[in-house]
Design a protein around this ligand. Structure first.
Ligand SMILES: CC(C)(COP(=O)(O)OP(=O)(O)OC[C@H]1O[C@@H](n2cnc3c(N)ncnc32)[C@H](O)[C@@H]1OP(=O)(O)O)[C@@H](O)C(=O)NCCC(=O)NCCS
Length: 198
């Protein structure tokens, strides 16, 4: 895949996550995860983890935050493990998460991964729906996996991870992002312009 890759007729561009993005990542990270990664973890992942691969969704409209989503995988071939996935709260529901996930899995499949895994909070029904729609199934449970509230994690797996299938899904997700932006973009921009500037 050649990045940056825009979703045509939208302000969204998929590209590699960079160290300079970390402050914007943290703005989202702190809002969406009860146990957020620190800037140092992201720095380590981007600088040193040779198994890691990270993507971001940046924007081209200055009325929007510079970054609205990011995600990563660890490639331990033949397995790809989703290490993180997040979308800015105001931009959820636009299929940006699905676009990111498809892009990560596409990269993994191209590199030869045949199976994808992840952990997700048992209460995180929204994320589970997303994963299920890609074919992930629950294969196990890690007890008291999350230290903030002692919640369990489901282990979910997608196997086999097929290149042709995930390529089609990726193309479909670009179209879904375009469609959702067409439906909701104007309202979102109007809402943002009404917000007081900090
Ligand atoms: C999970 C997350 C990444 C999903 O991103 P998103 O851009 O909001 O989701 P998408 O718009 O791509 O959703 C695609 C599909 O997944 C399912 N889905 C995603 N979020 C959902 C929710 N909250 N409730 C129900 N279904 C949901 C739906 O089937 C949806 O398709 P539809 O809108 O056409 O019905 C995002 O909600 C997020 O950042 N959550 C907080 C962090 C987090 O939980 N990350 C995952 C950790 S394992």
């Amino acid at each position: 895949m050649t990045y940056p890759l825009p979703a045509p007729q939208t302000p969204f561009v998929l590209r590699r996550l960079q160290e300079a993005d970390i402050p914007h990542v943290m703005t989202i990270e702190r809002q969406v995860f009860p146990l957020s990664w620190s800037p140092g973890i992201f720095r380590y992942e981007l600088r040193h983890n040779r198994f890691g691969y990270y993507l971001a969704i940046a924007t081209t409209d200055e009325r929007l935050p510079p970054l609205v989503g990011y995600g990563g995988i660890w490639l331990y071939l033949p397995e790809a493990h989703i290490s993180t996935l997040a979308v800015h709260p105001q931009f959820q529901g636009l299929h940006l998460g699905a676009w990111l996930l498809a892009a990560l899995l596409l990269h993994a499949a191209r590199r030869g991964a045949t199976e994808a895994t992840l952990e997700v909070r048992v209460s995180n029904v929204g994320a589970q729906r997303l994963y299920t729609s890609f074919g992930f199934v629950v294969v196990g449970r890690r007890h008291r996996y999350y230290s903030d509230n002692g919640e369990d994690a489901y282990i979910m797996t997608l196997a086999p991870l097929e290149l042709a299938t995930i390529r089609q899904r990726f193309q479909r997700e670009v179209r879904m992002v375009q469609e959702r932006w067409h439906q909701r973009g104007k309202r979102l921009l109007a809402q943002r312009s009404e917000e007081p500037t900090p």
